[in-house]
Ligand binder design. Sequence first.
Ligand code: NAI
Ligand code: MG
Length: 503
Amino acid sequence: MNAPFSATTLDGIRADLAAAPRLLFIDGKFVPAASGETFEVIDPATGQVFAHAAAGDRADIDLAVQAARRALDGPWSKVIPSQRARLMIKLADLIEQHGEELALLESLDNGMPFMMAKFAAVLGAAEQLRYNAGWATKLTGETIDPSWPGEYHSFTLREPVGVVGSIVPWNFPFVMAVAKIAPALAAGCTIVLKPAEQTPLTAVKLGELIAAAGFPDGTVNIVTGFGKTAGAAIVEHPGVDKVSFTGSTVTGRSILRAATGNLKRVTLELGGKSPVVVFPDADLAKAIPSAAMGIFGNAGQVCAAGSRLFVHERVYDEVLEGVSRMAAGLKVGAGLAPGTQMGPLVSQTQLERVLGYIDSGAGEGATVGIGGARIEGEGYGGYFVQPTVLTGTAAGMKVVEEEIFGPVLCAMKFGDGDIDAIAKSANESDYGLAASIWTRDMSDGLRLAKRIKAGTVRINGGGAGVDPAIPLGGFKQSGWGRENGRAGVEAYTEIKAVTIGLN
Ligand code: NAI
Ligand code: MG
């Protein structure tokens, strides 16, 4: 099979990465960390170091925040909304023009299949910019009739919230980075972005494209580094007005605590343990592959992954057999290997975490229906785990309660009963990010959708991907606030009310 990318481009990227560490992008320039330190970037398919990146820390964050503040008060504040939109669309075009290189970097760094990197990560990122560019010219306040005696004119302004610290995880590094900066730019904010230490490379490349697009220096600053150093420095910095974070619930809580110093605005997009409910009348030919890819796609490293599968007892065997057949048939391999459908986990830590959960499930009485083991051998030197289906799982087990963030599905049965009982099982979780429902009876589907406590509900496969127009975020411990859509961009604004006395 011919590779869907050019081998020469890949060789060029590897040589370039081997030649020099990636740098920080601060105030429009690429600079080493103040400390001179770098960290290793590991290819999750091989476990080998293939690049280095600058280890940004407090001093670098401070320079980045100062640059962002200067841009906010200076040149960026003079860029009118329509010009902001043009710059964002220019950046989207540049991303597409560099799509192959970006997808190769993303696949090398994160391990995801090349085609997923290309379509979900790179083209998805370009769409984030184009969608949010539309908002730049459409953010408006309102006029209000005050109730005081006399004559007044009251109106509201929507102003940029200020300097934004954006902290992103490693599961979809590029599209998440772009999805953070796009609404912030549309709203007129400036940004200090920190990619995850596991996957810094496409964010650094984004810096090059931002410079090429012509954004004023300091509008977007990109500091690679670790969570406990660079990440914590962003959250604690008094010059940062808002933090937008995607990652684990544990880190989300520590970010909230650290943001109290200057009462930063905080948006949190955290983990999930999303239910997939299959009614007996569902179109199984669609439900089965969707349930399988909803947990095995990107090796289960997806915040909205459908990790708890509830199937009506009449179709349970058929659904389980179908999902298991898909699991067994998936081509697992390096992201850049031909035909790969599922890549490795991102890191040794994640590999150990996921294998630990599988063991704990078995220890608590679950049955490993399919998969359950690490994949090793020629071509599998990295962090590969088999697509895994656990049966005999039940509420209360660790594997059913906690986010595994790996290709591990917990399957459960339900019998005839009312929608409230099904909703109760689906809601038996601290999380509330997403849910999927499969039924041909739209009143059952909608009644369940209304009872489920989750920020996103998908019926019959609607919205399999992230759409920049559709709000995303969590109920309960899955987060604070929403990203995407109008709510997503408005979260980067402050409302100011102005009243003029006409008396
Ligand atoms: P994490 O939440 O610790 O890391 C995400 C980002 O936060 C990274 O950029 C990291 O450098 C940064 N960070 C870490 N500690 C920080 C701190 N104290 N202050 C500021 N920034 C900080 O996630 P981790 O440890 O990589 O993964 C652990 C688990 O989190 C996964 O197994 C998964 O369950 C969950 N997770 C959920 C994601 C989602 O999309 N909702 C994404 C990544 C992880
Ligand atoms: Mg961590």
